[in-house]
Structures are given as C-alpha cells and as structure tokens.
Design a protein around this ligand. Structure first.
Ligand code: DQA
Length: 194
C-alpha cells in the first residue's frame, strides 16, 4: 500500500508524454505510456551540459547559392555564409555548424539530431517552407529557439511563397535581408539564449 501518491506528472520521454502516478517509494503504479522511471530520475542526477552550438540548416537548391538566380539570392556562396556566421557566433560565445541538403528525410534527421547537441536552430527550409508539415513536426520536437531565414522577401514574391509552415514554430522570421539574415539570426539566438 502506498501512503501517498503523486499523480498527473507530465514526463517527457522521447516523443512520448506520459501521465503517470508515482507512489511514495517511487514505483510507477499507473502509467499512460511506456516509461522507464530510472530514465526519468537520471536527468536530475546527470543533467545535460549547456550547449553553445547553433545548427544552421538549409533546404533544397541552396547548395547553388551564389550561382542560382543571383538577382534574387545574391552572389555569396553558402560556404561564405558559414564563415560569416562562425565569426559572428564566435564574438557572442557561440559556435555554429552549417549544413545543406536536397533530401527532406535527411533534413528531418538533422533537426532530430539537433535535439541532442544544439542550443538553437537557424533554418532556411527553402521550398519546404511552403510544403512540409513533416519539417514543422520535426521542429516542434526541438526544445530550443528556432529562427527561420529567407534570403529573399517571400512576401513580395509569388502567392504560393507567402505561407510558411515553419513560421508556425519559429521564434523569429527574417526575410528579405539577403544572406545577412543568417548573421542577424545568430545575433537573435544569442539574445534568446542569454
Ligand atoms: C528561400 C525562398 C523560398 O521560397 C525558395 O523556395 C528558396 C529560397 C529564400 O531564402 O529566399 O529556395 O527560402
């Protein structure tokens, strides 16, 4: 018999939010999902070190930055963007890693990986902004701040670019500032993380 219980505790375990009832001697006596109690208590004994890493993710066709439609996206390459972000982040005590993929599943894997090693995410989802609920769902699993960047002003372009699924999750959206938008996003994350 338990003398007292703690009920309705929300415990996050992977993707699962479980509502559990815990007895005074820390046995789970009722649970709304599969959960390891040991795993729950481990997070208090061994808290994750605070990360200073910002992951900068880029979607399809941005590998051609500098070559592709320069009148819209400018002449700078993604490698130049990466160097600039590293510099700005370094001055703010942060680190950056910049990645680009043309494959939606790979992007989702990277967003999920950021859950383990990144304090914040900057994402230019490119065309997936306007199409991908899957990328929105993945970003919703990331607990830190997210800044969405668009090099061009998507609101001044074709109507199908005016809506972004990712904006539903983003803590901030920067559009139409050219590649400088990435550096602005790093600065914004520094503020949000301080
Ligand atoms: C973009 C805008 C998107 O509409 C487009 O599909 C891109 C780039 C931008 O950075 O302006 O590929 O995200």
């Amino acid at each position: 018999m338990c003398s007292s219980t703690l009920t309705g505790l929300n415990i996050r375990y992977g993707e699962l939010i479980a509502v559990v009832t815990i007895s005074a001697d820390y046995r789970v006596i009722k649970k709304g999902g599969i959960i390891e109690l040991a795993h729950f208590f481990r997070q208090f004994l061994y808290p994750r070190p605070m990360s200073n890493l910002i992951t900068i993710l880029n979607g399809p066709n941005l590998n051609l930055l500098g070559i592709r439609e320069p009148e819209l996206y400018g002449a700078d390459t993604l490698s130049k963007v990466s160097t600039r972000c590293e510099q700005v982040a370094g001055e703010l005590g942060l680190r950056t890693v910049l990645k680009q993929t043309n494959h939606e599943g790979e992007m989702i894997d990277w967003i999920q990986a950021a859950r383990d090693d990144s304090a914040g995410v900057i994402i230019n989802p490119a065309a997936w902004s306007h199409t991908s609920v899957a990328i929105l769902d993945a970003l919703n699993t990331f607990e830190g701040p997210v800044i969405e960047v668009h090099i061009s002003n998507i609101h001044a372009r074709e109507p199908f670019r005016h809506h972004s699924y990712v904006s539903n999750r983003a803590n901030g959206v920067i559009a139409g500032c050219g590649v400088q938008g990435y550096a602005f996003a790093v600065q914004r994350l520094a503020t949000l993380l301080s």
